[in-house]
Design a protein around this ligand. Sequence first.
Ligand SMILES: *[C@@H]1O[C@H](CO)[C@@H](O)[C@H](O)[C@H]1NC(C)=O
Ligand SMILES: *[C@@H]1O[C@H](CO)[C@@H](O)[C@H](O)[C@H]1NC(C)=O
Ligand SMILES: *[C@@H]1O[C@H](CO)[C@@H](O)[C@H](O)[C@H]1NC(C)=O
Ligand SMILES: *[C@@H]1O[C@H](CO)[C@@H](O)[C@H](O)[C@H]1NC(C)=O
Length: 250
Amino acid sequence: MAASVLLASFLMLTCLLLAEGKTHRVAPGPAAGPLNLTTILEKSGQYKTLLRLLKETQVGVQIQSQLNNSYNGLTLFAPTDNAFSSLKAGALNGLNNQEQVSLVLYHVLPRFYSPSMFESSSNPVNTQASGSDGVYTLNVTGTSNQVNISTGVDQAEISNILYSEFPLTVYSIDKVLLPYQLFGPKPPEAAPAPAPVAAHKKKHKKAAEDLAAAPAADADIKASGTRLKKSKLMWGLALWGFLFFVGSLM
Ligand SMILES: *[C@@H]1O[C@H](CO)[C@@H](O)[C@H](O)[C@H]1NC(C)=O
Ligand SMILES: *[C@@H]1O[C@H](CO)[C@@H](O)[C@H](O)[C@H]1NC(C)=O
Ligand SMILES: *[C@@H]1O[C@H](CO)[C@@H](O)[C@H](O)[C@H]1NC(C)=O
Ligand SMILES: *[C@@H]1O[C@H](CO)[C@@H](O)[C@H](O)[C@H]1NC(C)=O
């Protein structure tokens, strides 16, 4: 509560100062206006693929609204267009929509990290894609002049700081972070081979079921046959009875 009041008054003060700056046409302030991730990424022109993904997966909107009400802040690892174009062909298109969302969220940490904070962080580090079961994590190892991020599949290096002021840090990285859960070796059960076997089994099972159902169906046909015969007999008798009756009247 106290923190939000403090934050609100700070924002108000900032707005007043910015407004003041505008009316008096003093030297242009730094990033005027509200914090805008798109603007930060658009500035250098090297993040077109990431911007497209942030838009398509709606993660951009999500980040923007989290920035508004997050007490921990956020950190984004922004792979350059070069990083995306050096991926294996089809790596991105091979992912379904949900997996693309996970990939983008994997590049977002649910708190603000300045470079020096990585030196004291303990691994593995949770990302926005992490569930409660410790998946989609990253290992970050840093010294004062170099920070490496490893996923278990590949490793990236922070090459540049695009923005770093609470609540947001944006780091430029030279590789797309490939989560183990999407790009790691597939466990044998997930290999495509078992699928046809399962289908085969299903087929067999279906055939077996049909077979088991067959005698019953057969019995049904027989039963209805008997019923048919019986009812024919009844009608026949009734007809004969009627004719007999009519005949006796004449
Ligand atoms: C951020 O800026 C872009 C244009 O650069 C604009 O389309 C978008 O609406 C802005 N987002 C927010 C949350 O202000
Ligand atoms: C964030 O807060 C600002 C100011 O309160 C508001 O104008 C903006 O629409 C909010 N953006 C989102 C994405 O909620
Ligand atoms: C980062 O990785 C490079 C190799 O890619 C290695 O030489 C360097 O020592 C690593 N730095 C840290 C801080 O882990
Ligand atoms: C990440 O760090 C943890 C703890 O140090 C370690 O057990 C794990 O093997 C590391 N994973 C990768 C992919 O480096």
